[in-house]
Structures are given as structure tokens and as C-alpha cells.
Design a protein around this ligand. Structure first.
Ligand code: GCW
Length: 719
């Protein structure tokens, strides 16, 4: 971090919260400018601190916290306990204005005690071990207790990592100004695997990365380990994320060589105290490419032995290695099909090698070979439902939220709920590949909420995707959520300051997929920007409308894939690509008769991959939700919409509305000038200007193109 200590960095960069001034080395509320120290203008922030700025909330809340937290006791001496002590000391000093003593014993009135039954008699006395056991190794309890002369607070877990999660939860309460007088919080993660997925390459580039180069400096590893690796782990742990796949799914097999494994192990050592476990992507052809074998056939004994030895080697360096993520037989990646073997045979090969060490295989369902079905979105379902029950117990199928590819809006992937005997986990994409990348302000919380709350009807009403993921619909032993994430080497990690919210929301949803997008937006805003109630309301409103706004000006009414190679700009005319299903015309099929992909029973029949009554609803043009209309239906341009308008008129209106809403975002942001620090305000404003211009481009180019088919005039856009 440019040679400054983290503590110093906190002071330098945390300023700028509404109503707060950094006076010398201390936060003061405006109006409380003591004569001794001259007030300083809010300092610019670069966004590096993410949601861990620890800026004080409202004065009244700070006073309450000062009264209740006089000292901290972190029981235990493990590296994780040291991490807890350091985090809590930094945070409390920043939040409360004065250092709070942190030690490893003592529990009297005014103490915040953090520990486990193994490390603290007071935890044993006040928090029954059975209660903690019920919450599992990563769960925790935060409880107010009465003590002689006042109260105390206990953060307890059965493990140090659980205590760290509890500690971050507690700090979130303080950062967002919540009361802490009578705490009784019990938390446990609803999913086991909560993983960052980086598509980072060994040359430092990032596939679909929009925030600079890769965070992993391969040339410097394993010798040089900067503070940024630590801060990465802090950010992950603060959300409850417990692992990272650090290498692209388009995997270079060299990551599995001894040279790279040493580098990987060094990172794993940094992250271990934070509970962030290391995972790698495996190139299926590695036995040939780096092992010198003539084949990678999963049933060949030499291949089995090679993977077994490779797994042993990895675990000798990284004893808590998590496992492999595999993209096989997809977009040119090698896989078992080359040898006439199935995805199950491929996955089981790796699973057998990892099983003795407790590792897992996350096998991606992102496959779409055209010999399977003419409709791309049907292919993965067909391939994987055939194999249900054939996977080893330590295999989990990783499925993108929708059946195509992270489009602005897709119905949920029909594989959710369809696999009874094979655990599944969700893959979502905070990196915004198709959602404005790091240029557009698009908060994906509402999109993911829509996805997670979708009812699959797999076991009758209420079988939401969230419940499927939690193993409550089919009893999965493995559960999880992965995010194709956005941090890179940019100062603010994510390119756009608001893209940080997508990392944040993903992490929190991986902890509990039933959390609401609005709540997460508010938490993030308060911690990242300000606790000023009016500003919080304004920012949250912007965030909550931004997703629908983006859909409106890019691909409303179920349109999808209206892009070209960069996945950013409109390209509905794109009809040439190495594969037909990489064009835009394959999907929208616009002609003089109408527009849309017929996936009804008269068309590709994709509707029947959904459980009743969904298949019937999607199949019926009058009942299909209009947001999915052109995904499932081919409609005449004069098709009558619920609004009374024709489809063409509705399309024009949607695009125009999107542009207007984008302008609204920009205008609203202007009202926040002075309420947050100038630098972040300006940087967001610059991007909003790009967004507004792009939104108009999307509208104009798409409508002009479709007008050639509809033969109807494009209404004059609202200026
Ligand atoms: O979304 C598409 C991307 C590819 C990516 C692929 C995948 C890593 O455009 O860049 O490759 O999906 O998910 O495998």
C-alpha cells in the first residue's frame, strides 16, 4: 500500500463521511469543532477500504458504544485470534475515536469478549456448547450478558473462524449505527462452499475483468507477500466467504506444476487465518500437457495415478486445500468427451484423487455442444439430468443462474431443482460481464434476489432456488454459491465504486441466499459511503432501481445476447461468429413477422425443462411473464401487451424509459455532492456520464435495427 501502514491508511482515507471531519488524528462531528484542533476538509477516498472503512456512525450511537465497550478480550492465541485482535482494535479506534484496550483475559462490566468454549471459561459459562454446536463450526452467537456493575457482550463460536465471522457481524452493527443494548444473535451460514471465482490468467490478465490487472503477482510470489493479499482476505472473511478459486476456468495447466503450487501455497498461508481456503481450476488435459502422458482418458490407470499423485502433492503443500473447479468440454476446453467418456466419469476421476484428503470437485454445467439440441439453452439440462446419480459424493455441479450465459435477465436455469441425487451450487457473476462492466452503475442484488426467490416447483410450491441451494428441496450434502468476481489491481478493487456492492451482496447472499437485496444495499451504503439518513435513502433508491433500468435500455422483455465480442456494446446485427450460438441473430430472430425465440412446445420445447405449473405458464403467451416474453415466445410486432400497447410500441417505450431512468440516476447522484467525499463523487459521476450516453446508444441502435424488420416508426425519443 505505497509504503504506508494500514492504521495510517485508515486515518488518511476514512474521512469524508457526511457530517464528519477528520481533525488531526480524530473523527469529529461537524459542529463539534474544538478550538484546539482546526477542522480539516473531508479527505478524498480512493475506495481501497471497501466496506471496512470503520467511519463512525451518528454521534448518539457512538456515545452508546463508548459506554458499552470499555475493553476487549480476545480469548486464545491462534493466528485467527491475532487477526481478530488486530481488526477489532483498528475498527474500534476508528469507530469510537479512541483506542480501546484489547487483551486476552478478563471479563467484567464493559467487556466485549470474543472466544470459544475451548479458549474461555466465560464463554463456557454463558453460552452452552450445544447451542454453538447446533450452529456448526462457522456459526456464532452474539449475546449481551449481565455482569456485576453493568453489562458485557460475548461473541462466541465453536471455532476461531466462527468467532472472526461473529466479530465482523458485530462491527457491521456498529458501522451501521445499530443498537447493541440487548443483543441475542444466532447465525450460521446456509451454504457450505462460499467461493470467489477469479478468471485470472497466469500472465496477469483477467478474463472479463474490468478493474485492472490480476491481484496475484505471479512473478513476485512466493517471496513477496504484500498487504493487499491480507486486505483481500479481510474483505472476504467480513462477508463470510470461505474460499477462492484463483485461476481462470479456461485453465492453464501450468498452475498445477510444482513451480506454481509453491506460489499458490504462499497465498494459502496468508489467507488461512481468515478462513479463506484455496481452490484451483484443473485443466482436464493436464496429465498430457504437463504430465507427459499420452492420454487424459479418465478410465486409464496411468491417468488416475497421475491425478492421485498430483492431489497428494498439492495437499503436502496446502493441507487444507479445498478442491478443483473444472470447465470441461466447453468452449474448446478439454474434457472426458474426447475419450468417449461422460461428464460423470470425468468428474469422478478428479473426485477420487481428492477424496482421501477431503477435497471437492465443482464440475461446471456451462456446456452447450450443438449435437445435443438445436437450442443452446436446453443442452446442459439434457446432458446433466441423464447423469443424475452417477457422480461421486464429493462432486457438486456448478450452474450459472440462467441457462444461457449471465445475460441481463434470464429465467433461472432449469437444472436447479432437477437433480435429485447430485448436489448443485449456483454460479453468479458480480463482474458484470454483460451488465455494463465497470462503467455502468448496476447493483445486482435485485437480479439475484429474483433468481434466488424463483420458485422451481421441484417439490411443489415454495421450492425456491434458494431452498434448492440450501439442500432443503433435495437433501444435498454439499451446498454452495460461487461468484465470478470483480476485484483487480485498481485502487478501488472493482473499477466502479458501485461494483463493490456486487462483491458485497454476493458474499452476503452466499452466507444466506434468503437475504433481501434492499437490506444488503443499505448495509453496504452505510459502511461504504455514509450513515446520513437522507443520503442513505437516496443511494439505496438509486441502487435498487439500477438493475431494472439497465435491463430496460439494453435487453427488455426477454431479449438476450444482443451483443458482440466485447459483451458491452449493442450489436443486434451480429450474425457472424465461429458458432451460430455466439451471434445475436440466432437469439432474437427478428423478421418482418415478428421477433423472439420460440421455446414453447411448438418451438424448441425448452419450456418443458421446467416443472409444472411453470412449463405451462411459460408456454402460454398470455400467462408468460412479460419480462420473459421474447425469451420463450416469438411474437408478432402487433402482439397486444398488458399495457394495451403493441409489442413494438412497448419495446420502444421500454428502451426510452431505460434512458430516462439512466438520466435520473445521474441527476440524483448530483444531489449527493458534498454529502460524500469529492473524489468518489466525481469518479462515479464520470462513469454515470458514460452510462447515460451508452444507454441512448443502446436505445437508438437497437430500435433503428429492429425498425428495419418491424417497418414501424420509432417514436421520437424524449430529449
Ligand atoms: O460468459 C462466458 C464468457 C467467457 C467465459 C465463459 C465461461 C471463462 O464470455 O469469457 O470463459 O462464459 O463461463 O466459461
Amino acid at each position: 500500500m505505497n509504503g504506508i501502514s494500514r492504521r495510517e491508511f485508515v486515518w488518511r482515507s476514512v474521512a469524508g463521511t457526511a457530517g464528519l471531519w477528520l481533525a488531526g488524528n480524530r473523527w469529529v462531528h461537524s459542529g463539534e469543532r474544538s478550538g484546539a484542533v482546526a477542522p480539516v476538509r473531508p479527505t478524498d477516498e480512493d475506495g481501497y477500504m471497501l466496506w471496512l472503512r470503520y467511519a463512525p456512525p451518528a454521534k448518539q450511537a457512538v456515545r452508546e458504544y463508548q459506554r458499552r465497550i470499555k475493553r476487549v478480550c480476545v480469548a486464545g492465541g491462534s493466528p485467527t485470534c491475532r487477526v481478530i485482535s488486530e481488526e477489532i482494535a483498528t475498527a474500534l479506534k476508528s469507530l469510537l475515536g479512541d483506542a480501546v484496550p484489547v487483551s486476552n483475559d478478563g471479563f467484567d462490566a464493559g467487556t466485549l469478549l470474543i472466544g470459544t468454549p475451548a479458549t474461555s471459561a466465560q464463554v463456557r459459562e454463558n453460552v452452552p456448547a450445544e447451542d454453538l454446536d447446533r450452529l456448526g463450526p462457522e456459526g456464532y452467537i452474539i449475546r449481551s450478558v449481565k455482569l456485576k456493575g453493568g453489562g458485557g457482550i460475548i461473541i462466541a463460536s465453536s471455532t476461531d473462524i466462527g468467532a472472526l465471522y461473529g466479530c465482523f457481524h458485530f462491527l457491521r452493527l456498529l458501522q451501521t449505527g445499530q443498537p447493541i443494548a440487548a443483543l441475542e444473535i444466532k447465525e450460521r451460514p446456509r451454504l457450505k462452499l462460499r467461493l470467489m471465482n477469479h478468471w485470472d490468467n497466469l500472465d496477469g490478465s483477467v478474463e472479463r475483468g474490468y478493474a485492472g490487472r490480476s491481484l496475484w503477482r505471479w512473478a513476485e510470489l512466493p517471496d513477496k507477500l504484500g498487504q493487499r493479499y491480507v486486505d483481500y482476505a479481510r474483505a472476504c472473511a467480513s462477508l463470510g466467504l470461505n474460499g477462492a478459486v484463483i485461476h481462470n476456468v479456461n485453465a492453464n495447466p501450468r498452475i498445477l506444476t510444482a513451480e506454481y503450487l509453491r506460489k499458490v501455497a504462499a497465498l494459502a498461508n496468508v489467507w488461512r487465518p481468515y478462513g479463506v481456503r484455496m481452490y484451483l481450476t484443473a485443466n482436464f488435459a493436464a496429465p498430457v500437457r504437463i504430465g507427459g502422458l499420452p492420454t487424459a482418458d479418465p478410465l486409464d490407470q496411468r491417468v488416475k495415478d497421475w491425478w492421485r499423485a498430483k492431489a497428494d502433492e498439492i495437499y503436502s503443500l496446502i493441507p487444507d486445500f479445498g478442491g478443483f473447479l473444472v470447465k470441461a468440454d466447453s468452449e474448446g476446453q478439454p474434457g472426458p468427451k474426447t475419450y468417449g467418456r461422460s461428464h460423470a466419469e470425468g468428474a469422478n476421476l478428479l473426485a477420487e484423487a481428492l477424496a482421501p484428503h477431503g477435497g471437492v470437485v465443482m464440475w461446471r454445467a456451462f456446456v452447450y455442444d450443438h449435437d445435443v439440441d438445436p437450442d443452446r439453452v436446453k443442452r446442459a439440462y439434457i446432458e446433466f439430468t441423464r447423469l443424475d446419480g452417477q457422480f461421486r459424493a464429493n462432486v457438486v455441479i456448478q450452474i450459472k443462474n440462467g441457462p444461457l450465459d449471465f445475460q441481463p435477465r434470464e429465467p433461472f436455469h432449469p437444472l436447479f431443482g432437477a437433480l435429485k441425487h447430485t448436489p448443485v451450487m449456483a454460479e453468479i457473476q458480480p463482474t458484470q460481464e454483460y451488465l455494463g462492466q465497470a462503467k455502468h452503475l448496476v447493483y445486482l442484488g435485485p437480479m439475484w434476489e429474483e433468481f434466488l426467490q424463483s420458485d422451481t416447483y421441484a417439490k411443489g410450491q415454495g421450492s425456491t432456488v434458494a431452498k434448492v441451494l440450501m439442500g432443503e428441496v433435495h437433501p444435498y450434502q454439499l451446498t454452495g454459491m460461487a461468484g465470478v468476481v470483480n476485484p483487480g489491481a485498481d485502487a478501488n478493487w472493482c473499477g466502479h465504486h458501485f461494483s463493490q456492492a456486487n462483491w458485497y451482496a454476493f458474499g452476503r447472499l452466499a452466507w444466506n441466499p434468503e437475504l433481501g437485496a434492499a437490506q444488503l444495499a443499505e448495509e453496504w451504503t452505510r459502511m461504504t459511503f455514509t450513515n446520513d439518513p437522507e443520503a442513505v435513502r437516496t443511494i439505496c433508491r438509486m441502487m435498487m432501481t439500477s438493475y431494472e433500468t439497465f435491463v430496460s435500455y439494453t435487453m427488455p422483455l426477454g431479449l438476450h445476447h444482443l451483443i458482440g465480442g466485447d459483451h458491452y456494446a449493442p450489436m443486434p446485427w451480429n450474425d457472424r461468429a465461429p458458432r451460430e450460438d455466439w451471434t445475436a441473430t440466432y437469439y432474437h430472430r427478428a423478421s418482418e413477422d415478428g421477433i423472439g425465440f420460440d421455446r414453447t412446445r411448438r418451438g424448441s420445447g425448452a419450456v418443458d425443462q421446467y416443472h409444472p405449473p411453470l412449463c405451462d405458464i411459460f408456454d402460454d403467451i398470455n400467462r408468460c411473464p412479460e419480462k420473459f416474453l421474447l425469451w420463450f415466445h416469438r411474437c408478432a410486432w402487433d402482439h397486444r401487451m398488458k399495457s394495451g400497447r403493441t409489442l413494438w410500441e412497448e419495446l420502444c417505450a421500454k428502451y426510452d424509459e431505460g434512458v430516462r431512468q439512466a438520466r435520473e440516476l445521474q441527476k440524483t447522484w448530483e444531489t449527493l455532492k458534498g454529502k460524500i467525499d469529492a473524489r468518489r463523487h466525481r469518479e462515479v459521476a464520470e462513469r454515470l456520464a458514460i452510462q447515460v450516453a451508452d444507454a441512448a446508444k443502446w436505445r437508438d441502435q437497437i430500435l433503428e435495427y429492429f425498425a428495419r424488420f418491424s417497418k414501424r416508426p420509432v417514436p421520437k425519443p424524449v430529449p
